[in-house]
Design a protein. Structure first.
Length: 311
């Protein structure tokens, strides 16, 4: 009976979420000077073997289209990670992977989406020169990715980071967080050169190792809420201040590189609500997110050329 109730909750939540946000398959990124000629660039593998909430065919269709427009070779990963499969790719993208048990309900605990063997394989691959782009949004995704993040020195918090000055709980305010260079919440780095602001749309907060660089840093307005069930908050919900925590960071690790982010929609293009308002890369609130994404990928790829977007 408990399983049936949990499944019904998850089904209703999924239906509600689907009604609110759907992929914008018509999003067409305009890149004036692609990094590579069409299809000749480095191989980027986007994981969809771990019950990922964001895949090439769904919520990360726009993400894949951006990379293809920039000349990259984009592939889907459909298998457990192995040394043999990873050796032929340059960048591995993992967005919102979850354990099989979380496909019916988003209730703690949220087990690792990856086996111990897979985590060891990925760590060795990065150390030997691979580039990992790890994205884990709000709960339950940080719980599912924490074991992987931890081997690189990152600590995920399985909750919802929110600006508590604009709403009592996550979801009661506009789901928008803007990191800006003028208040130093947007870090100074070659990735953020010529970028003044980056928008995200409600994710998690995490702590980074001392060797890492935070590109998106929370200020004193933010707390992370740690509910037992996704999107269920009340006065007793545990919460922690996260000033100085990150929502986007980079790290050189051995011969490889990592980009770790706590929000996924910022790299998507979606339509939200009954009026189909653009959300993510196509949002009027996120005019520089596309440049930011390209710069991130170029950094992971060790590309030095800069792309100018069409006006």
């Amino acid at each position: 009976m408990k399983v049936i109730i949990q499944f019904c909750f998850f089904l209703l939540a999924t239906i509600e979420l689907s009604a609110q946000q759907v992929p914008d398959f018509n999003y067409k990124p305009q890149i004036a000077d692609p990094a590579y000629k069409n299809g000749t660039g480095s191989v980027v593998s986007i994981d969809q073997a771990h019950h990922n909430f964001h895949t090439i065919s769904t919520r990360y269709a726009a993400f894949a289209n951006v990379l293809r427009a920039d000349g990259y070779t984009v592939r889907a990963n459909e298998k457990s990670f192995s040394t043999e499969d990873l050796k032929n790719i340059k960048i591995l993208v993992i967005a919102n992977a979850i354990h099989e048990s979380d496909t019916t309900a988003w209730i703690v605990p949220n087990p690792s989406a990856f086996t111990t063997k897979e985590i060891t394989v990925i760590k060795q691959w990065v150390n030997n020169g691979g580039s990992l782009f790890l994205i884990a949004d709000h709960m339950p995704f940080p719980g599912a990715a924490n074991d992987l993040a931890k081997v690189f020195g990152f600590t995920f918090y399985n909750g919802f980071a929110t600006d508590t000055t604009t709403g009592l709980y996550p979801g009661t305010k506009k789901e928008l967080d803007v990191f800006q260079s003028k208040n130093k919440t947007l870090g100074h780095h070659e990735i953020t050169e010529h970028i003044d602001s980056v928008a995200s749309f409600t994710g998690q907060a995490f702590q980074i190792p001392v060797q890492a660089t935070s590109l998106l840093t929370f200020d004193q307005r933010y707390k992370i809420f740690l509910p037992d069930t996704a999107w269920k908050f009340n006065a007793s919900t545990k919460r922690l201040p996260v000033e100085g925590f990150s929502q986007g960071a980079i790290l050189d690790y051995g011969k490889g590189r990592l980009a770790v982010f706590g929000e996924a929609a910022m790299f998507s293009a979606q339509l939200k609500g009954k009026d189909k308002t653009p959300f993510g890369l196509s949002s009027p609130d996120a005019p520089q997110n596309l440049s930011f994404l390209l710069n991130l990928v170029h950094w992971l790829d060790r590309k030095n050329n800069k792309n100018e977007l069409k006006k």
